[in-house]
Design a binder for this molecule. Structure first.
Ligand code: GDP
Length: 429
């Protein structure tokens, strides 16, 4: 059985925690897209971890963690992350890396940083992890697949030379950087070969066997629906698909095997990077929510950047669930809202003089104004509650209202950052 755990919003919904929790009953956890550009924060009995490349199931000794072919594989970063776990006493995880994954090169990160600097105030708010140049090269067929490290060295060197010619035009003429030297790029690839060799495997074939044996498999998504290049707020998106459907491709499994799509929805909104954000709030109101949010404040797990904050957006979340194909929803960080007398939720967008319930394309989104409905707050701390019925009435009403708006059953409610801080709920729809 395959379950995907994906985000309905702009990312940072708390997918890491839900994956960590569900991983206990799973055999295999797979990252299928993205790279080390976003982080999952996980708190468990070993301590607090910010994982960027490893799937959130690495803490159990019965699980296998897979970096799928769809991932942007930063090899030194992966090894650093594995070492950091070992240093904190986590048992050495079983990790497999797809032989079809492509390699994040140092020049991808350099080009990313140079382009951000060139765009200055008009930038996309990239984390400078090289993601856009990496995926551009993959689809331009000038990326390096892990398997190529183990192929013919002469052919690899020829390809390296060609890549250097192309990259150097940009580096020297547009960004005024020193050119790449083919021998150095080749040497880097050979270092990467030695580093990654112990983990490389035909993960698609491995998963084919695992599925035959009836294993429980989790696909762990990074970021959320609204950052998807096709269905998100293009161009303020990431460069690989964040949708559960892509899990089949990025892991190398049949699409019909994905039976459950657990979509993580945040009880309020947060976003990083540029782009329209209709229910965004500012000033003291935003600072208060930011500082109370998540676990120790809403600051990027990778960059430390303060996240942009907003109220729950039913229009965006309903759309986010729809494009994921959500079969159930985990509603997270609900505990954070306990300080509010009234909680606004955005139930419509006003644009072109009309109130709309459908999430529009970017040009319209830029002009949309939020229509709010206010719900009474519950004014207490709900952390520690394990029984749904023990939640304050106003809190249950807030959950019911969100469920009605998004139209997907809410089966899990997360009321704290820890692995066990979750409440099972019987959906009303
Ligand atoms: P991901 O990228 O979707 O995995 O999200 P993050 O790792 O950025 O998670 C957001 C933050 O919220 C992290 O610091 C988590 O520890 C924290 N978190 C997750 N669920 C909850 C929750 O229910 N309540 C609180 N207070 N924090 C949570």
């Amino acid at each position: 059985m395959v379950r995907a755990i994906v985000g309905a919003n702009w990312g940072d919904e708390g997918k890491g925690k839900i994956t960590d929790m569900l991983a206990e009953k799973s055999d295999i956890i797979i990252r299928f897209q993205g790279g080390s550009n976003a982080g999952h924060t996980i708190i468990n009995n070993y301590g607090k971890f910010a994982l960027h490349l490893l799937p959130s199931g690495v803490f159990y000794d019965h699980t296998t963690s897979i970096i799928g072919n769809g991932v942007a594989l930063n090899i030194p970063y992966l090894l650093k992350e594995i070492k950091a776990l070992e240093e904190k006493g986590v048992p050495t995880p079983k990790i497999l890396v797809s032989d079809r994954a492509q390699i994040m090169m140092p020049y991808h990160m350099l080009l990313d940083a140079c382009e951000e600097a060139r765009l200055a105030g008009k930038s996309f708010g990239s984390t400078k992890s090289g993601i856009a140049p990496f995926y551009s090269d993959k689809y331009a067929k000038i990326g390096f697949q892990v398997s190529e490290l183990f192929g013919c060295p002469d052919e690899l060197m020829d390809k390296v030379k060609n890549v250097c010619v192309l990259k150097n035009v940009l580096l020297e003429n547009l960004y005024h950087q020193p050119p790449l030297v083919p021998e150095e790029v080749f040497a880097t690839l050979m270092e990467y070969k030695d580093m990654i060799a112990p983990y490389v495997c035909d993960t698609s074939a491995y998963l084919h066997e695992a599925l035959k044996e009836g294993k429980n498999i989790l696909l762990e998504g990074q970021l959320g629906s609204l950052k998807d290049p096709d269905h998100g707020i293009y161009p303020m998106v990431t460069s690989s698909s964040t949708l559960a459907a892509y899990g089949a491709i990025g892991a190398g499994i049949p699409p019909y095997e994905i039976k459950n799509i657990t979509t993580v929805v945040k009880a309020y909104s947060s976003a990083v990077g540029a782009g329209a954000f209709v229910s965004e709030i500012f000033g003291d109101e935003a600072d208060e929510l930011r500082n109370r949010g998540g676990d120790g404040g809403e600051y990027g797990a990778t960059t430390g950047r303060p996240r942009r904050m907003g109220w729950f957006d039913a229009v965006a979340s309903r759309y986010g669930c729809r494009v994921q194909g959500a079969t159930e929803v985990a509603l997270t960080v609900l505990d954070v809202l306990g300080y509010l007398d009234e909680i606004p939720i955005c139930v419509g967008y006003e644009y072109d003089g009309k109130v709309e319930k459908e999430f529009p394309t970017t040009a319209k989104l830029e002009h949309a104004k939020p229509i709010y409905k206010k719900l009474p707050g519950w004014k207490c701390d709900i952390r520690g509650i394990r029984d749904y019925e023990k939640l304050p009435e106003n809190c249950r009403n807030y959950i019911d209202e969100i469920e009605k708006e998004i139209g997907v059953p809410i089966t899990l409610v997360s009321n704290g950052p820890g692995r066990s801080e979750v409440i099972e709920r019987k959906p009303l729809i």
